[in-house]
Design a protein around this ligand. Structure first.
Ligand code: CDP
Length: 221
C-alpha cells in the first residue's frame, strides 16, 4: 500500500479533529492531533506555576517535557495522563501563547515529523501543510463561521462535562484565531496548494465524505 500523508489545517474548532479521526479510521491511517501536543505542553507549564506569557521561562521547560499520543486518544505528558485537562478552558485560553514560541514549536514539530515517519497519516493543526509536512499528498484548509464553530465547541464541552459559557467560547475561538494567524513563526494560513473546505453548512458525516472525496480524487485511495 502506498504511503499517504494528509494535512488538515484550519482555525479553532472548525471540526478538524473529529473529521480527521474518522477519516483516518476509515482509511486505516494513523491520526495525529498536533493541537493536543501544544495543549499538553501548556498544561505542563500551568502545573509548574510558570507564567505562559513568559517566553524564556516556558522555553526552559522543553527538556523536561515528553509527550505521547495513543491510538485511543489518550495523551500523556511527562508521566501524567492529561487527556481531560488539556480540553479545559484554562488550557484553551493559554495555549496560543505557548504555540507562538519558536523553540517550543521546533521541538514539537520534530516530534510530529518523526510520528509521520513511515506510515500513512492524517495530521491536523495550523501549520501542517505549510511547515510541518510541506510535501503532504493532500492538503485541506477547513473553515467554518465563528458562530458555527462556537456552537459546535459549546455542545462538545457540554457533552464532556467541561464547564464554560457560550460567550467564553466565542471569545476564546476569536482570540486564538487572532494569535495563531498573527504569530511570526509558522502562522495559521492556507498552504498555496491546499483545498478549502467550508463546513459551516454541512454536518460531520458530510464533512467526512467531502474529505474522503478530496483524498480519493488526489491519490486514488
Ligand atoms: O481543537 P481546536 O481547534 O480548539 O484546537 P487544537 O487543534 O487543539 O489546537 C490548540 C491550539 O494549539 C491552537 O489554537 C494553536 O494555538 C495551537 N496549535 C498550533 O499552533 N499549531 C498546530 N499545528 C496545532 C495547534
Amino acid at each position: 500500500m502506498k504511503k499517504v500523508v494528509v494535512a488538515i489545517d484550519g482555525p479553532a474548532a472548525a471540526g478538524k479533529s473529529t473529521v480527521s479521526k474518522a477519516v483516518a479510521k476509515i482509511l486505516g491511517y494513523t491520526y495525529i492531533d498536533t493541537g493536543a501536543m501544544y495543549r499538553a505542553f501548556t498544561s505542563y507549564i500551568l502545573d509548574k506555576g510558570v507564567d505562559p506569557k513568559n517566553e524564556s521561562e516556558c522555553v526552559k521547560l522543553i527538556p523536561e517535557v515528553s509527550i505521547n499520543l495513543y491510538p485511543d486518544g489518550k495523551v500523556m505528558c511527562s508521566g501524567k495522563d492529561v487527556t481531560r485537562v488539556i480540553r479545559e478552558p484554562l488550557v484553551s485560553s493559554n495555549v496560543s501563547y505557548i504555540a507562538s514560541y519558536k523553540d517550543i514549536r521546533l521541538a514539537l514539530v520534530e516530534l510530529q515529523r518523526k510520528m509521520a515517519g513511515e506510515q500513512s497519516v492524517v495530521m491536523d493543526g495550523r501549520d501542517i501543510g505549510t511547515y510541518v509536512l510541506p510535501n503532504a499528498d493532500v492538503k485541506i484548509f477547513m473553515v467554518a463561521s465563528v458562530k458555527e464553530r462556537a456552537d459546535r465547541r459549546y455542545k462538545e464541552n457540554m457533552e464532556k462535562g467541561i464547564a464554560c459559557t457560550y460567550e467564553e467560547i466565542v471569545a476564546d475561538v476569536e482570540k486564538r484565531d487572532r494569535i495563531d494567524s498573527s504569530r511570526a513563526f509558522a502562522p495559521l494560513k492556507p498552504a498555496e496548494d491546499s483545498i478549502r473546505l467550508d463546513t459551516s453548512n454541512i454536518n460531520i458525516d458530510e464533512s467526512i465524505a467531502a474529505v474522503l472525496k478530496i483524498i480519493r480524487d488526489k491519490v486514488g485511495e
